[in-house]
Write a protein that binds this ligand. Structure first.
Ligand code: FAD
Length: 290
């Protein structure tokens, strides 16, 4: 099974990309096209999301992670949520991953179902899933929240929960998106001071339009720097220019993070290969990628 962690330790600036299982029929064919485009950015790994509770095409997460490895020789990382899951269900999923040669998992709780639909299941938090994955020999990533998870109001609790995931066995972290790098730097220092020594890879998502960014800030509780608000106003009537501005803004964020010698950067490319390639090019231009 692959271990992304080993790949990361030998890389100047680990650079990875997230994709999701394409919607509709023929998911694997559509995924292959996305991966072929993203592969041009030469990421150190590509992670594949899954929907909590297995909705949508997330039954294909493992197959897509395997396709990334088998057909493109890029390590694939499978996201795995545990909300509402039974231990037996997770064991079956781990067996599928092993059979497919997918050795690195992003262990997540997943969002709780809407009020009134009790989640149930054998796991309360992501930290409860991590030891099971470690026991089976997986390399495990977990989620980190520079501005705190939307339901976590205390920065101290945020860091405590992060440390608990490390203590449960998380090998590295990938962050929730943030639009202002200061938010990450403000969070990273106390996290290190609290003993969170596992690498934390910074997740960056370019804004592509006003409705997308609105959805993101309400879903994730991310703050919106004035610079972005001004760009949204400037390009209000020009979606193509706004998209380009969003990609350029994200590239500037990535270069600034690289200058601050972060442990790695992860691009939420939303199945748009041009975003992954623009990010890789921006980092290469500044000498952070070969
Ligand atoms: P947890 O770490 O379990 O945390 C959940 C909440 O509980 C937080 O508020 C936390 O502070 C709190 N908490 C943790 N431990 C304790 C404790 N001991 N006592 C009290 N409170 C505690 N979702 C998907 O459905 N599919 C995906 O593919 C997916 N990919 C993601 C990738 C990344 C990089 C990130 C950052 C998020 C992703 N998500 C995904 C979203 C994620 O599932 C949600 O944010 C979810 O609500 C929390 O998941 P978690 O693993 O961080 O949960």
């Amino acid at each position: 099974m692959n271990s992304v962690f080993e790949t990361l330790s030998g890389t100047q600036l680990p650079f990875s990309v997230e994709m999701f299982p394409p919607k509709g029929q023929l998911t694997l064919d559509a995924a292959r096209q996305v991966v072929a485009g993203v592969a041009k950015a030469r990421p150190d790994f590509i992670s594949v999301t899954c929907s909590a509770g297995g909705s949508g095409n997330s039954s294909q997460t493992v197959d897509i992670a395997a396709l990334i490895q088998d057909e493109f020789s890029i390590p694939g990382v499978a996201h795995l949520t545990c909300v509402g899951a039974t231990r037996a269900g997770i064991e079956a999923e781990m067996a599928r991953m092993k059979a497919a040669g997918v050795g690195t998992v992003l262990a997540l709780r997943g969002d709780l179902p809407a009020e009134g639909n009790a989640a149930g299941g054998d796991f309360r938090y992501a930290k409860d899933l991590i030891p099971l994955l470690k026991q089976e020999g997986f390399t495990v990533a977990a989620a980190a929240y520079p501005e705190g998870h939307i339901t976590c109001l205390s920065p101290q609790d945020n860091i405590r929960h992060l440390r608990e995931k490390q203590e449960a066995g998380a090998d590295f972290f990938i962050t929730q998106l943030f639009f202002g790098n200061e938010a990450f730097y403000r969070f990273h220092e106390p996290a290190l001071a609290a003993g969170v020594g596992a690498p934390i890879i910074c997740g960056i998502m370019p804004f592509l339009g006003k409705s997308q960014i609105q959805r993101m800030i309400f879903m994730c509780g991310s703050s919106l720097p004035a610079g972005i608000i001004k760009l949204l106003a400037k390009y209000e009537d020009d979606p193509a220019a706004l998209r380009q501005a969003g990609i350029e803004y994200a590239c500037e964020q990535l270069v600034d993070l690289a200058n601050h010698q972060v442990d790695g950067v992860h691009v939420y490319a939303m199945n748009h290969p041009d975003i992954a390639c623009a990010a890789a090019d921006a980092l290469a231009d500044k000498g952070f990628r070969a």
